[in-house]
Design a protein around this ligand. Structure first.
Ligand SMILES: [Zn+2]
Length: 251
């Protein structure tokens, strides 16, 4: 279990996790494996030593506050999260520039929020799935008509009215939503103008199969909106402000 610690005097952050005691391998001389030395590292001990006599406090991470412009699986990236000591909220920047560097945690002033910039359908995935699952081949015209109909549904949609599918996305700026029943009904009704007979039945089943967790989920694309916020409280070391170039996501 990771634990976030803040030095109130220096405004510095330490993430005490399962890795702060990992050994570091140092290479001495020559190229023989026995020359590799394992050096026990205890970063937390170093932090405590550096901040001896200072006031330390535990921060708890605010749920769902994590944002980043890169996929969860990407190891080299900058991300942000929020934490609180119960009275005050803090914005923390987590970063590393190389894969072999430890993660760096810093307090930054200002705030961020995710803003939805568009809602799109998963056109490629839908087409691929239609071709894979239907045991007869649909004409390209019909596939295009279906995609156009789906696309029209996603236009001007307010995601606040839709149900979010948690953890369906590998990317923090792409969030998946389930179409509501009214839109599913509209889709089915309009499919009658495109498909008939066994085609319609197959499409109807396809819609029911994929509307809740499959290719028919709508994808909401977000950007990270950063706002500068002046902190009035006097600090020994004021937190770093958000840099201008740290505006992420699609413009
Ligand atoms: Zn300190």
């Amino acid at each position: 279990m990771s634990q976030l610690i803040r030095c109130k005097n220096c405004d510095q952050i330490f993430m005490k996790g399962p890795f702060d005691k990992s050994p570091e391998y140092r290479f001495d001389s020559g190229h023989l494996p026995e020359n590799f030395q394992s050096v026990e590292r205890d970063d937390f001990k170093d932090f405590l030593f550096l901040h001896r006599g200072h006031q330390l406090e535990n921060l708890s991470i605010i749920e769902d506050s994590y944002v980043s412009d890169k996929a969860y699986s990407e190891p080299v990236k900058t991300s942000f999260l929020k934490a609180t000591n119960g009275r005050e909220e803090f914005v923390i920047k987590k970063s590393r520039e190389r894969i072999d560097e430890p993660l760096k945690y810093e307090l930054v002033s200002g705030d961020y929020r995710l803003k939805c910039i568009s809602v799109v359908i998963q056109s490629e995935e839908i087409e691929k799935q239609l071709r894979k699952e239907l045991n007869f081949s649909l004409s390209q015209d019909k596939i295009d008509a279906f995609l156009k109909l789906m696309g029209a549904l996603a236009e001007d949609i307010a995601i606040e009215d839709l149900e979010r599918i948690p953890e369906a996305s590998p990317h923090p700026l792409e969030v998946y939503y389930r179409m509501d029943d009214v839109r599913v009904m509209y889709l089915l009704r309009n499919c009658r103008h495109i498909f008939e007979g066994q085609e319609y039945s197959a499409i109807e089943e396809f819609i029911h199969r994929h509307k809740d967790d499959g290719v028919l989920l709508l994808k909401a694309i977000h950007k990270i909106q950063i706002s500068q916020k002046a902190r009035t409280r006097k600090r020994a070391t004021p937190p770093l402000p958000f840099a201008k170039e740290e505006i992420f996501g699609q413009k």
